[in-house]
Design a protein around this ligand. Sequence first.
Ligand code: SF4
Length: 354
Amino acid sequence: MNSLHARYPFLASAREAVRDANLDLAAVIAGEGDRHPAVERGVERVRRALLDGTVRAPDDGRRWSTSAEVLSYPIARMLVSLLDAPGAVEKYANAEATTAYERFTADFETPDDGLKSTRGTSLTLETFLADFDLDDDVVTRRDGFGVAVSTYISLAREFGDEWRLVTRQLDDGVVVVSQAELHELLRTAVEIRIADDLPLPVPDEIGVALADELSELESSFTDADFSHDIDTLAPELFPPCMSALLARARDAESLPAHSEFTLVSFLTSIGLDADEILSLCEVRSSGRADRLRARIERLRDERTTQFAPPSCATLQAYGDCVNKDERCETVTHPLVYYEDALDESGTVTDWRDR
Ligand code: SF4
């Protein structure tokens, strides 16, 4: 196991490294004494994914060894599977893919410089494509990249209107894309791979051994410092970040995946169903409506939205924290902002009744 595997644990080579290490994962999980660092990191991975939309290490100074990082990935997948909550798999896969995207876009721009200290830790585009069996489907061109039509269709199917095949330049059997567009497609490939076989069937003995970790995770979601029963829709009281994302959605802008996820999870958290979200976002094109509806339905928990949208810290990291106002200085989460704004405003007429 090496640091490339730690940074990209979903790679086939990382899976092989775990297999070659001949480790008994069940023994790691069920071991006596202190919790194994891989289990601790696995719990943190899921918590960060579901609450903050990222799987980066937290900012509290804790760091894990390479092997703990690599092993935390299969453990996190088991934890997400055991949570068995609507929206958890999608949010987890989205967070893993978002973190991978941040890393590989940086790696592709600054490949290893051959120094001993960095050699082999950066992911190259060639390695990525080979690992995903895409090396025959993506070609480099003078004006960007060409992607085989079938691959393009399967990876861009949930994107906005400007990704529709009829609007794209086709040349010699490939769809022409820019470098940034190729990276978006690769991000989706990661998300699909991660979500593909989730939830996993987890052996009973591992489920029992992870019982404490599951309770810890469940209580960290329910202990989040906002209530889950907001049911008033008053867009004028939205935090500035959500107002900005809503305005962009209404302008039919194709939001980056993490931004769309943030907006949709915020709106589902305050009780909107798919029709209400489409109406609020003024979605008119049927292609965009179908794509957004599929995302909303996957996210929406019929009982309650258990997994909140990302925190202010994560929105800041993504550049989606904009137009901060005075209330922003008092909160760490957009839902807390909205809850406080509703409390202070007294009686408001719900947008759906106007
Ligand atoms: S501080 Fe938080 S609530 Fe305010 S705009 Fe930024 S992310 Fe939104």
